[in-house]
Design a protein around this ligand. Structure first.
Ligand code: FMN
Length: 168
């Protein structure tokens, strides 16, 4: 019998304006917990120190082809600590099935962050916009029938399970 492996505690940090990216982060953390890991989903702006975590997933909602500012600031603020840990990134946004049907590449500045931080992977998940969203543009998108919930729990769970097996 081998020595039992100590599993790293995983942080799932996110930048979210209307809550749907927070929901994705919660699903990812729940899958890690199901796989036996200790995992926490937390707003990126509230995390001061990465010392407690052995691995990090960082996700941001996309607004005008940019990550939510809290996710961008997190990547900058914790760059040194992130370079020393296994790291995965995700983006959430497309209000259609494109993210499930194809592998959508990261927007430019997220691709640059992935490279400079040595991220092991990136995925784009479908987004969600409902009539509770903040902002005139958001509500007019919904009013024009282009809103909806395009998050795919199967896709999210599968991605998290792959990370869990890499960390094991
Ligand atoms: C003003 C506005 C701009 C958006 N820009 C993008 C975009 O550039 N790319 C994209 O994929 N989704 C875009 N979206 C869709 C959001 O990313 C999507 O609704 C996402 O799920 C929001 O996440 P949140 O609920 O965590 O804030 C945009 C939505 C709004 C309201």
């Amino acid at each position: 019998m081998g020595t039992p492996k100590i599993l790293p505690k995983i942080l799932v940090a996110y930048g979210s304006r209307n809550g749907s990216t927070a929901g994705i982060a919660e699903m990812i953390a729940a899958e890690f917990a199901e796989q036996g890991f200790e995992a926490e989903a937390r707003p990126a702006g509230q995390v001061r120190d990465l010392g407690a975590y052995g691995a990090v997933v960082l996700g941001g909602a996309l607004y005008n082809a940019r990550w939510h500012p809290a996710a961008r600031a997190f990547a900058r603020r914790h760059a040194a600590a992130l370079r020393g840990r296994p790291l995965w990134l995700f983006s959430s946004g497309p209000l259609d099935r494109s993210a499930t049907a194809t592998e959508l590449p990261p927007v430019r500045h997220v691709a640059e962050a992935a490279r400079s931080l040595g991220a092991r992977g990136h995925v784009t998940f479908g987004g969600c916009l409902t009539d509770t969203a903040r902002g005139f543009i958001a509500r007019s998108i919904v009013r024009n029938g282009r809103g909806g919930d395009f998050r795919d729990p199967g896709h999210i769970k599968e991605w998290a399970a792959k990370i869990a097996s890499e960390l094991r």
